[in-house]
Design a protein around this ligand. Structure first.
Ligand code: IMP
Length: 427
């Protein structure tokens, strides 16, 4: 059972941190393969709560090597501050590995992200403002700065100057901002380079060797399936591929290595930022889900938009990721509703549609078709096995499983590490 992928099956924030942490003890490597510090994991260990943005959640498991793969974009200032925050709380971070091929988020990327959003006005994406999009754009435009460039001063200077020659024109002429001095950026980056040097490695070689030795490698996706730049609700997406194929390109492992793909699925739906969301609620139920579920972004502090479970999305996630299992999270948040609506299909221009429409215009018009499932009022946070759940909660899980197209192998019934029901082991 060498390589598993764990990813969000909806719009992110499904509770991946908890799932990774649950597996952490038996996993040798936890790898992030895309995104950057736009992600947000909350991991609860004992009475300690950790909010991670860039680091893989495996950093909290002593036996595990955390890896930042080539597909990730790294803000070195954030990396260092996250590391020192953990060190201050007694967490050993010395095993961390960072790919030399990962691209760097520099201050000009963050500036460009923010001013572009402002410039877009009503058409803005609602990005996290962390420089993610501009950094990936530079990567694809072949004007990006990679971690390895920090160790060749003259190359670094040339690359930063080339990038800024162009960007300063945009900043000054289009956005009316002051130009950014290349020398200052180079100096700042060189300083970070020295501090992160001990972690920088050829991570694809290390990971492939580990797989050859039968080690367990867990690839941890940031964001979620519907925020994927290819398979998500474009343009209201992030700039990378959280879907399972992204694990291969973003870590340098072949698809033949991957044995299991686990989708994290919240028992209801949330999203942050702009874009279509068919089951979104604007009433007291939406407010209640937000309050009970603590639906506020770990990274941005923004309130999340909340809605009922959408089986069309779950089926789509099964398809585009080749999911083998689901980890259903936050089932406890639904305790107390007499009836729980579940979206089983959409109505688009008067027609019932069972699959996610590929046309963005259709998706914008999609109205949810709901089926009502009976709720439960008993506290479920102490449930240790599927049989401990109230009958209606069991039926809710079974119904979701049937509609979503892959077995639900674990259920989160509370935020704590042990508040999980394991049905089939992931390992
Ligand atoms: P970006 O990733 O900062 O460029 O933001 C693009 C879109 O992805 C926005 O709608 C963000 O709110 C959303 N997004 C980015 N990261 C996350 C995440 O970890 N969870 C949920 N939404 C995210």
């Amino acid at each position: 059972m060498p390589a598993l992928v764990l990813l969000g099956a909806q719009w992110g924030d499904e509770g991946k941190g908890k799932a990774t942490d649950l597996l952490g003890g038996s996993v040798d490597y936890v790898v992030r393969y895309q995104g950057g510090n736009n992600a947000g994991h909350t991991v609860v260990v004992g009475d300690q709560k950790y909010a991670l943005h860039l680091l893989p959640s495996g950093i909290l498991s002593p036996g595990c090597t955390p890896v930042i793969g080539n597909g990730v974009v790294v803000d070195p200032a954030v990396l260092l501050s996250e590391l020192s925050g953990l060190n201050e709380r007694g967490v050993d971070t010395s095993k961390l590995l960072v790919s030399g091929n990962a691209h760097l988020i520099t201050p000009y990327h963050t500036t460009l992200d923010k001013v572009t959003e402002r410039f877009l006005g009503k058409r803005k994406i609602g990005t996290t403002g962390r420089g993610i999009g501009p950094t990936y754009a530079d990567k694809i435009n072949r004007v990006g700065i990679r971690v390895q460039d920090l160790y060749d001063e003259s190359i670094l200077e040339q690359k930063v100057e080339a990038a800024l020659d162009f960007k300063n024109q945009i900043l000054a002429k289009l956005y009316n901002r002051r130009a950014i001095e290349a020398g200052k950026i180079v100096e700042e980056l060189l300083g970070y380079g020295e501090q992160i040097r001990p972690y920088v490695a050829d991570t694809t070689l290390i990971l492939n060797n580990a797989l050859d030795e039968g080690k367990v490698v867990l690839f941890e996706g940031g964001q979620g399936t519907l925020l994927d730049v290819d398979h998500g609700t474009y343009p209201f997406v992030t700039s990378s591929n959280p879907t399972s194929g992204g694990a291969c390109t973003g870590a340098g492992v072949g698809p033949t290595r991957i044995s299991r793909v686990i989708g994290i699925l919240k028992a209801y739906t949330t999203r942050v930022g702009a874009g279509p969301f068919p089951t979104e609620l604007f009433d007291d139920d939406g407010e209640a889900l937000r309050r009970i579920g603590g639906e506020r972004g770990v990274t941005t502090g923004r309130d999340r938009r909340c809605g009922w479970f959408d089986a069309v999305i779950a089926r789509y996630a099964t398809r585009v990721n080749g999911l083998t299992d689901f980890f259903l999270t936050k089932l406890d948040v639904l305790t107390g509703w007499e009836q729980i609506p579940v979206c089983v299909a959409y109505e688009i221009d008067g027609k019932r549609v069972e699959e996610l429409p590929y046309s963005q215009s259709d998706f914008h018009h999609a109205k949810p078709v709901y089926e009502m499932l009976p709720g439960w009022s008993e506290d479920i946070t102490q449930a240790k096995s599927f049989g401990d759940l109230p009958k209606n909660a069991q039926a809710y899980v079974k119904a979701l499983e049937e509609m979503s197209g892959a077995p639900i192998s674990a259920i989160g019934v509370g935020p704590g590490r042990d508040e999980t029901i394991e049905i089939n082991s992931f390992l």
